[in-house]
Design a protein around this ligand. Structure first.
Ligand code: ADP
Ligand code: ZN
Ligand code: MG
Length: 467
């Protein structure tokens, strides 16, 4: 039995304004019902005007996904009633979407997979219902916020693959500057379809709506696969249904059966002309495309020998990736610099801006890589610079960090430490090799972290061997 999964993904674009009006689109922290106008409220006589910026971000997404942008696409009305949809219809590309086909290559445990895409299109979002104990409140700020929908072919073979795809898609969308792609904030949402294939026969599929975390996508799909397997094992029929996912209880919740499927009565929106995308416009968008994450990871691997796993973590936040590029340019060992950015710098990065400028970190790492100061001292310097906001050069100037490298000085240091810790010396003699680590640590401490750790260890080992 094979698991077959296809995804429909909604991406909220980072435009300043909504898809068809001038209301602000960044509704996330806004008080309810403060970002509305006659157009997005669907008042009679109000006319939509298409947001050019939304089209361009959607084109970036389509181009990055190798989808074929259509010379002409058509906005239609998808009619249905819901309290969060005052117009009574949603404007969306339908029969003639923005782009057809496409593919995306993503990594699953370091192995590359490619999923085929069906289409990429634009649509407007609906408002929100906020459920409270004795009813529901309506917030229409989200009405008309631009979304791009990406529909995949049923090419995934496991819940884990679907999750890995979404994570790499998030990275791509961020690098395109198209979306924050934060699942927790609803900027990236996913509906998942799953069926089981037995002896080459495609089974009936289930749909799971509105998954809003990577974990939920994987768990909900695993639950659906288990449910299908269970039904098949018992010889029962699988009906085509739509589920929701209860994150708390970790279980599928039946939402509707096929009989309840909507007929949306799509028809072209008479207030909007077809969207024509000529070659010049498309080329201009293509020319403005940033370097894509996969290309960047390959460049880092080629130029710096950076492993894919490090690249992946750096790329999740484009600002971190840009920062690394800055640092890597001006240090002797760019591969080693990745470790500094990921494990040292990143822990201090809490706001929008980096905790220390890239050229400052490069200066510091450079000193370590040329052997002028020890790793331990550099970490202390970084911490002080990051927490005080002082430039690295100033912190460096305020400390004596010259490394203790001389044979004589190191030997004296080692002898002092051995004399002070007879028990550890005895332990080492009795075969407890960890005692060496302890002694190195003591010596480093005594030297204020400034000793050359490698040479110091050699000397200690030699002295211990002499007994
Ligand atoms: P609908 O018309 O109901 O929206 P589509 O044919 O457009 O259905 O497909 C919607 C999504 O379902 C797509 O992402 C597609 O990959 C997926 N899908 C289609 N058939 C299957 C299947 N047998 N198993 C799993 N997913 C499927
Ligand atoms: Zn509006
Ligand atoms: Mg569909």
């Amino acid at each position: 039995m094979e698991t077959v999964i296809g995804l429909e993904i909604h991406v909220q674009l980072t435009t300043r304004t909504k898809l068809f009006c001038a209301c602000r689109a960044d509704y996330f922290a806004a008080p309810p019902n403060t970002l509305t106008c006659p157009v997005c409220l669907g008042l009679p006589g109000a006319l939509p005007v298409l947001n050019r910026c939304a089209v361009e971000l959607a084109l970036r997404i389509a181009l990055a996904l190798d989808a074929e942008v259509q010379p002409q696409s058509l906005f239609e009305r998808k009619n249905y009633f819901y309290p969060d949809l005052p117009k009574g219809y949603q404007i969306t590309h339908h029969a003639h979407p923005l782009a057809l086909g496409g593919r995306f290559t993503f990594a699953v445990d370091g192995e590359l997979h490619t999923v085929r895409l069906r289409q990429v299109h634009l649509e407007e979002d609906a408002g929100k219902l906020v459920h409270i104990p004795d009813g529901a409140l309506v917030d229409l700020n989200r009405c008309g916020v631009p979304l791009v929908e990406i529909v995949t072919e049923p090419d995934f073979r496991s819940p884990k693959e679907a999750r890995a795809f979404l994570m790499d898609l998030r990275t791509l969308l961020r690098h395109l500057g198209a979306s924050t792609a934060d699942m927790e904030k609803g900027a990236l949402r996913c509906d998942a379809n799953l069926s089981l294939t037995e002896n080459g026969r495609t089974g009936t599929r289930s749909e799971i709506k509105n998954l809003n975390s990577f974990r939920a996508v994987e768990r909900a799909l695993a639950a659906a696969a288990a449910l299908h397997r269970d039904l098949l094992a018992r010889g029962e029929e699988i009906h085509q249904v739509t589920f929701g996912w209860d994150d708390q209880e970790e279980r599928l919740v039946l939402q509707r059966t096929k009989e309840e499927a909507h007929d949306y009565r799509y028809f072209p929106d008479p207030d909007l002309v077809p969207l024509a995308i000529g070659p010049e416009w498309l080329e201009a968008v293509r020319a403005g495309m940033p370097e894509l994450p996969r290309a960047r990871a390959e460049r880092w691997a080629r130029a710096y020998g950076l492993p894919a796993r490090d690249a992946e973590v750096l790329l999740v936040e484009p600002a971190l990736a840009d920062y690394y590029d800055e640092v890597a340019k001006s240090v002797p060992d760019p591969h080693d610099a990745a470790g500094w950015v990921l494990s040292e710098l990143r822990q201090f990065w809490t706001g929008e801006e980096p905790p220390v400028p890239a050229r400052d970190l490069a200066l510091l790492i450079g000193r370590v890589q040329t052997g002028e100061i020890s790793r331990a001292s550099a970490k202390a310097v970084l911490e002080e610079a990051a927490t005080s906001g002082k430039p690295i050069a100033e912190v460096l100037a305020g400390r004596d960090l010259s490394q203790i490298k001389g044979e004589q000085d190191l030997r004296r240091l080692a002898e002092e430490v051995l004399a002070a810790h007879p028990q550890a010396v005895a332990d080492f003699g009795a075969g407890k090799v960890q005692a060496l680590g302890f002694l190195v640590g003591q010596a480093m401490r005594k030297a204020g972290g400034r000793a050359d750790a490698k040479k110091l260890t050699e000397i200690l080992r030699a002295l211990l061997a002499q007994g």
